[in-house]
Design a protein. Structure first.
Length: 202
């Protein structure tokens, strides 16, 4: 079992007493829970010096390959906010599609083409307006989008506007896409409904 610190603090910034105390506290917890003790350890972030190593009496094991995933952490945070916003856009678009679908289906069965046209037009306008509203909000206040889902760092806020503005037009297309799938289902065009749904993930 490997020890990785008690509070994930930067070990060189701690006093020798703090390092030893954290290790002893963690080791006791592990022993109480499993009856075993740590046998190896690695410092958080791989930060250490000879003083740090002398405080914990066991082999210090470092990684042999750096995945560099830490380099993209801020972009992943922004991407997560974009995906969460996309879910909210889809929920709004689903509401439009689910409201329109029964009306479209009944009128399709009754061969009332004019009613289908009017209902589809109304629902499509609603879907476009919803998508346009979300797109506009993201374009104008990109950092507000990020703040809605997390407490961002300064680094995240610095890169968020460019990333979010690049993705924001997809919110407009997403509303149209979701409604289109409902429309094609309503008028018995299963193949088109399937194709539109698959396109949503592309």
């Amino acid at each position: 079992m490997g020890y990785h610190s008690y509070a994930h603090a930067n070990q060189p910034s701690l006093s020798s007493g703090q390092i030893t105390s954290d290790f002893n506290k963690s080791n006791q917890i592990l022993k109480d829970l499993t009856g075993k003790e740590f046998t190896v350890w690695r410092t958080p972030g791989g930060d250490y010096n000879s003083r740090v190593l002398s405080c914990v009496p066991m082999p210090h094991i470092m990684w042999s390959v750096d995945t560099l995933d830490w380099k993209n952490r801020n972009s992943y945070s922004v991407y997560s906010a974009i995906m969460n916003t996309g879910v909210m856009v889809q929920c709004c678009a689903y509401a439009v599609g689910q409201s329109a679908q029964p009306v479209l289906s009944v009128n399709f069965g009754a061969i009332q083409r004019e009613r289908i046209r009017k209902t589809a037009k109304c629902a499509l306008v609603a879907a476009v307006c919803i998508g346009a509203a979300w797109m506009s909000f993201a374009m104008i206040w990109p950092n507000a989008v990020v703040r809605f889902f997390m407490k961002p760092t300064a680094e995240v806020l610095a890169i968020a506007p460019a990333i979010i503005r690049r993705y924001a037009p997809a919110f407009l297309l997403l509303g149209i896409n979701v409604f289109s799938a409902y429309y094609f289902q309503s008028v018995m065009q299963a193949g088109l409904a399937f194709g539109v749904s698959v396109a949503r993930g592309c």
